[in-house]
Design a protein around this ligand. Structure first.
Ligand code: NAD
Ligand code: UDP
Length: 319
């Protein structure tokens, strides 16, 4: 039986990856320190014979007994308000955490996949973004803590690959959504749906002309799974190329939720990328992957999930 370590396992993507690897018949070691995650996301897996949970901060030395075939490093704050609130931890988990995990991968001769991001392209001057674009990141801006941690993460991963011959994979994840996102994590989908459910106005930042392209979580997990098992070690974009402005998206949410609230405009956060759309030609070619779930379907499932949360969770102002 193959054994996989998943860091950030109590988070949104990590918990869905745990589900997938359990389903595929792996032994899953799940690791998290709950800084932005939630035990509830993996509660249903606790007690399974081939699932073990380790509460640990990956920026500290990591010890795993026995063999390890794969490591998926997903631990990191991922929402702008999270990484603005905990900037040092964000830098540490991308840098020290990745270094620890690469050391572990080397010791165990395991293949390691890291969760990189479209944020390595910063506020992109090339559109849509292809993997060979170097990006446009403000290193010292407030988002720099996340973007640069992820860029360092890619560099150190390639160094371990080239210098130590480690098997590595790099996925550049574009905005992904679905059940188990934290309602108050500040990302646009939980933000808008939470506002609609609480009967508040929807807050569009800036004039809402900035674009994003939203990928449903099952598609993202499929892309990651295929990349891990592929033999491709350079970065690969995984995301849904269907692009929309944030203003149009707010209007879609108003229709979806039937809320009678309106859109209100707030200041655009510093360095908020003005456009984002993945070019997925490479993923199509080498992984034979493309997204299958359209936004209407994915948003319906996501809205049903948020609707099922308790009143108390809905009104929690923060994590
Ligand atoms: P999330 O906040 O839901 O999950 C992150 C998890 O990592 C949390 O459970 C948190 O407690 C854990 N964590 C953070 N620091 C840790 C540490 N030092 N030690 C152990 N655990 C730690 O976020 P997510 O959306 O699931 O993102 C997961 C990964 O995917 C992140 O690396 C993120 O950068 C990347 N990513 C996500 C998206 C997206 O759209 N969801 C986009 C690009 C990249
Ligand atoms: N956004 C918004 N209102 C909100 C939250 C976010 O208009 O309440 C905008 C944000 O400024 C950005 C986009 O929605 O342009 C996506 O933001 P998110 O935090 O989800 O992810 P990002 O892609 O910026 O990391």
């Amino acid at each position: 039986m193959k054994k996989v370590l998943i860091t950030g396992a109590a988070g949104f993507l990590g918990s869905h990856l745990c589900d997938r690897f359990i389903k595929e018949g792996y032994h899953v070691v799940a690791m998290d320190n709950f800084i932005t995650g939630d035990k509830k996301n993996i509660e249903h897996l606790m007690g399974l014979e081939h699932f073990e949970f380790v509460a640990h901060d990956v920026t500290n030395f990591i010890e795993i007994r026995g063999k390890l075939d794969y490591i998926l490093h997903f631990a990191s704050p991922a929402s702008p308000i999270d990484y603005l609130k905990i900037p040092i931890q964000t830098l540490k988990v991308g840098a020290l955490g990745t270094h620890n995990l690469l050391g572990l991968a080397k010791a165990k001769n395991a293949r390691m996949l890291i969760a990189s991001t479209s944020e390595v392209y910063g506020d992109p001057l090339v559109h849509p973004q292809t993997e060979d674009y170097y990006g446009n990141v403000n290193t010292i801006g407030p988002r720099g803590v996340y973007d640069e941690a992820k860029r360092f993460q890619e560099s150190i991963t390639m160094a371990y690959h080239r210098f130590h011959g480690l098997e590595t994979r790099i996925v550049r994840i574009f905005n992904t959504y679905g059940p188990r996102m934290r309602l108050n994590d500040g990302r646009v989908i939980p933000a808008f749906i939470g506002q609609a459910l609480r009967g508040e106005d929807l807050t569009v930042f800036g004039d809402g002309s900035q674009t994003r392209s939203f990928c449903y979580v099952d598609d993202q997990v499929e892309g990651i799974y295929r990349l891990l098992l592929s033999d491709y070690s350079n970065p690969v974009n995984i995301g849904n190329p269907y692009e929309i402005t944030i203003k149009d998206f707010a209007e879609e949410i108003i229709k979806l939720t039937g809320t009678h609230q309106k859109i209100v405009y707030k200041e655009l956060p510093q360095d908020d990328p003005l456009q984002r759309q993945p070019d997925i030609t490479l993923a199509k070619k080498i992984l034979n992957w493309e997204p299958k779930v359209n936004r209407a379907e994915g948003m319906k499932i996501t809205y049903d999930y948020f609707k099922s949360l308790s009143e108390e969770e809905l009104n929690k102002s923060d994590h």
